[in-house]
Design a protein around this ligand. Structure first.
Ligand SMILES: CC(C)(COP(=O)(O)OP(=O)(O)OC[C@H]1O[C@@H](n2cnc3c(N)ncnc32)[C@H](O)[C@@H]1OP(=O)(O)O)[C@@H](O)C(=O)NCCC(=O)NCCS
Length: 201
């Protein structure tokens, strides 16, 4: 496990290029947008209260935490629309054998148009094909049916319900623990490519 001196910076890494989206490390100039996205009611509903100010957002999103995490702004046609990140929350045979993903589409007009599904697929491609992970995980709240549908479409399946796994707005809430394994990725990718081909035809 890393110690405080070797924990990588969450913003010191290469961009990720997908067929439709680009992920780039968060920069200082993104913090006002990050604050606005995190204060959006649909994000607050599942992420909890936003950081109090720019300094708190910088601490939360740009500075190393005890768990290594890599954070990106999601860009669509050059415009930042949200944030995606991955980390390695579960120790195993190799520290990076499994990766947990979190995502928010912060611009309201960018939701419900397929960008979330595209972003998850782009991140899975990076994790399986570049980083060589064995398993990816994600844990939406049970009430977050849009997120669950989005993750299923990208290839995740439900492993089980984690009871009272999160504490949001003064209540314990259940979450879905969803995973996709490396040998399931080719079929998920084939579905992505076929949907992309159909929408471009
Ligand atoms: C969850 C989130 C990442 C999804 O991204 P998105 O771009 O809005 O979602 P997409 O358009 O790619 O896909 C949404 C899917 O859910 C479906 N959907 C939308 N609202 C739904 C609802 N209330 N119940 C069930 N399905 C719903 C859509 O029809 C679509 O499925 P389809 O393609 O099969 O028709 C994004 O909405 C978001 O960031 N929300 C706020 C923060 C959040 O919830 N983050 C996730 C925390 S786990």
């Amino acid at each position: 496990m890393s110690d405080a001196h070797t924990i990588p910076s969450p913003v010191d890494h290469e961009p990720i290029e997908g067929p439709r989206l680009r992920f780039r490390p968060i920069e200082e100039r993104d913090l006002p947008d990050m604050l606005r996205w995190l204060a959006d009611p649909e994000v607050v509903r599942y992420y909890g209260d936003p950081p109090a100010d720019i300094d708190a957002a910088r601490r939360d999103y740009m500075e190393p935490d005890v768990d290594p995490c890599w954070r990106f702004v999601i860009e669509l046609d050059g415009r930042g629309i949200g944030e995606i990140q991955y980390g390695h929350p579960y120790p195993g045979p190799d520290y990076s054998w499994t990766a947990g993903i979190d995502i928010l589409i912060g611009e309201p007009d960018a939701r419900d148009r397929g960008a979330g599904t595209e972003a998850i697929r782009t991140m899975l491609q990076h994790l399986f094909e570049v980083k060589g992970v064995h398993r990816a995980t994600i844990d939406p709240e049970v009430a977050n049916q849009r997120a669950i549908r989005c993750y299923e479409n990208a290839g995740f399946r439900l492993d089980g319900v984690l009871r009272h796994h999160a504490f949001e707005h003064g209540e314990y809430v259940d979450t879905h623990f969803m995973t996709i394994l490396e040998d399931e990725w080719p079929a998920a990718k084939a579905r992505w490519e076929s949907e992309r081909g159909a929408s471009e035809a």
